[in-house]
Every structure is written in structure tokens, then in C-alpha cells.
Design a protein around this ligand. Structure first.
Ligand code: ADP
Ligand code: TRP
Length: 326
């Protein structure tokens, strides 16, 4: 099975990115699939204007993939911009994509409502994402629930292209979404997102994590009163880290009363710091060797580009686009 996914370098990675997507990247790799994981830096241009920050976060995401278990000997790890063919495929897909399909895409409207500039690039974001997926003949795309519509658009565009070409030139991808972690809540109870300033960062220090956990929004039920665990944000996050026995015990403490949100937050920070301790140590080590990370991306970029070039030969031939060089 060919697996492909990427996480935008638009901010430091958080536990929503991990549980919603990156953990599945690693599991699918460990299950022996042929995996392509990349850093969609062209996509990040739709929201980022500071070039130094984009470079820094691109390196952060690459280092994070490696620290969290992506293995360059088994997965192709690369940067979107090292495969410029993807923007060519995006153009060709633009020409089969009805404007009405983009009008139905919700992320453009949401992002503009949140204050992002209403650029043509932002409007076209799902088509570039479709090109990312289709250029590598991907079968499976591990993502969080918010990306489901984008994978459906990629399927739609592949189908439209194939019908026009009268041949199965492009592979139709499927989303891979794990329902229990499809939407991880942020510390304010909305979906956790880099753009909402409500994240628990994976690669924070233990102290920062404890401080952020203390800021998780809860209701004002007094300490001795019984509380409903299922209505509590801290409990939802605890479920990501604690084992079943501990979750049952904490739920009972909530219901019994006499258990404060402060205690739950403290336990959450302890569990999260223990959970990411190895990855944080590996990140710190890799961060001292930026050349190693750069070489891994360069090598991955070469491998990914070869696959993309093969697809583009088929795509150009299918739509009559000539190239007058070997
Ligand atoms: P963000 O919303 O923080 O900018 P991205 O859009 O870059 O995150 O998402 C990267 C990956 O992480 C995507 O597959 C996305 O679906 C997943 N993801 C992001 N936030 C969450 C969340 N709160 N819960 C589950 N998955 C998430
Ligand atoms: N839109 C994805 C996100 O917000 C990033 C992305 C770009 C992506 N191209 C992709 C994800 C292709 C999966 C497959 O994180």
C-alpha cells in the first residue's frame, strides 16, 4: 500500500497533529507500507509571510517527524518544494476542477473568516493538496477529520481527470482517519490548531507543558462537588495518555467529588511529559545536527521526484502537453 501525508509547517507541532495524524504515519510505516511523508511548505505560503520563520518551522517539522519515529531507511521523507512537478500537476488539475467544487470547500471560508488573506493560492489550496496526493499514486492518506473533504476533492479530481483521459492515469486515494482521535480538543475546548493559539506543543519543555496544562479551560464546579468527566476538557486529553485502568479510576474520582481540576491537570502534564520524553531527547540530539536532517530531506526529495516525474510523463501524454527535451 502506498501511503502519503504531510503536516503544514505553519507553526510548532502539537498533540492534535500527533494523535490525529503523525502517530498513524509511524504505525503505517511500521506495518511495512511504502510511505511518503513530506513537509507542505508551498501550502504554508498561504498563511505565512515571514520567510525566516517558514524556514525555521520547515526544519522543525522535519526534525519532529524523525524524532517521533519516521525512519528514512523505510519512508521517503521530503520537502514539497524539492519536487517542483507538483505545481505543474496542480495547474493541470486546476483545468479539470470546476469552480463549484472549490466553492463547496469549507476550509477556505473558515480561514478567510479567521483573518487569512483571501488569496487565489488559499482558494486553490485543495487542488495543490490533490496534486501532492495524486503525483505519488497514493492509496492511503492518514489525516485528522478536518482534512477529509480535501481527500474527497483529490479523489474527485482523479476521477474527472481519468474520465477525460479515457484511461486510469491517476490512482484514487482513500482517507485514513482514526475516529477516536479525529478531533483532539485544544486547551480552550475548540479543535486544537496552530492557528487558534490553544495548543499543547509536543516539543515544549516539561515546565512549559505543566504551565500550559494549568491553563486548560474548565467550568467552575467547586472542588468537593461531583463532576462529569465526559464534559471536561482535561479528561478528554487525559484519555490520550492514561491507560484504561487509570482512566476508569480518574472518572470515578470526578463523579465522587473532592477531586479538583488542578489535580487532573497536574496528572495530565506528568503523563504527557513521560510520553514524549524519548522523542524530546531525540529531537534535541537531531537539532544539534541540522546537516543530517538536510541530507535526509535531500535524499528523500530525489526519490520522491523520480516517482513524480514518472507520473508526470503519463499525465502530460494523457492531456497532449508536449515537452521538447529528453
Ligand atoms: P493545524 O490545524 O494545527 O494547522 P494542520 O492543518 O497542519 O494543523 O494539520 C496537520 C495534520 O494534523 C492534519 O492531518 C490534521 O488533520 C491533523 N490535525 C490537526 N489538528 C488536529 C486535531 N486537533 N485533532 C486531530 N487531528 C488534527
Ligand atoms: N492540508 C494539510 C494540513 O493542513 C497538509 C497537506 C498538504 C496534506 N498536502 C497534503 C496532507 C497531502 C495530506 C496529503 O495539514
Amino acid at each position: 500500500m502506498r501511503v502519503l501525508s504531510g503536516t503544514q509547517p505553519s507553526g510548532r507541532l502539537h498533540i492534535g497533529n500527533y494523535f490525529g495524524a503523525i502517530r498513524q504515519y509511524i504505525r503505517l510505516q511500521d506495518d511495512g507500507n511504502e510511505c511518503f511523508y513530506f513537509i507542505p511548505n508551498y501550502h504554508a505560503l498561504t498563511s505565512m509571510t515571514d520567510s525566516a520563520e517558514l524556514e525555521r518551522i520547515t526544519r522543525h517539522v522535519a526534525t519532529a517527524y524523525l524524532a517521533l519515529g519516521a525512519d528514512p531507511d523505510r519512508s521517503v521523507l521530503f520537502c514539497q518544494s524539492d519536487v517542483p512537478e507538483v505545481t505543474e500537476l496542480c495547474w493541470i488539475l486546476n483545468c479539470v476542477c470546476p469552480v463549484s467544487l472549490m466553492d463547496k470547500a469549507t476550509s477556505y471560508k473558515d480561514k478567510v473568516a479567521r483573518g487569512l488573506p483571501a488569496s487565489v493560492g488559499l482558494f486553490d489550496y485543495p487542488v495543490l493538496q490533490a496534486a501532492d496526493i495524486l503525483i505519488y499514486d497514493s492509496n492511503l492518506v492518514p489525516v485528522g477529520a478536518d482534512q477529509k473533504q480535501h481527500i474527497e476533492i483529490a479523489r474527485d479530481l482523479a476521477g474527472k481527470f481519468n474520465r477525460r483521459a479515457g484511461d486510469d492515469v491517476l490512482v484514487l486515494p482513500e482517507p485514513y482517519i482514526v475516529p477516536e482521535v479525529a478531533v483532539v480538543p485544544g486547551i480552550d475546548g475548540q479543535k486544537m490548531s496552530k492557528s487558534y493559539d490553544n495548543t499543547l506543543e509536543i516539543f515544549a519543555t516539561d515546565k512549559q507543558t505543566t504551565k500550559t496544562c494549568a491553563r486548560i479551560v474548565t467550568d467552575s464546579t467547586p472542588l468537593d462537588e461531583p463532576k462529569d468527566p465526559e464534559a471536561c476538557n482535561v479528561f478528554a486529553l487525559l484519555k490520550l495518555f492514561a491507560d484504561d485502568d487509570e482512566i476508569d479510576a480518574i472518572a470515578a474520582q470526578y463523579r465522587a467529588g473532592g477531586f479538583g481540576y488542578g489535580q487532573a491537570k497536574k496528572r495530565l502534564a506528568e503523563l504527557m511529559n513521560a510520553f514524549f520524553a524519548d522523542a524530546r531527547a531525540k529531537y534535541a540530539e537531531l537539532d544539534k545536527h541540522p546537516d543530517t536532517v538536510r541530507d535526509i530531506l535531500a535524499d528523500g526529495g530525489r526519490k520522491a521526484r523520480r516517482v513524480a516525474q514518472d507520473t508526470m510523463h503519463r499525465v502530460r501524454a494523457a492531456c497532449g502537453i508536449l515537452r521538447h527535451e529528453p
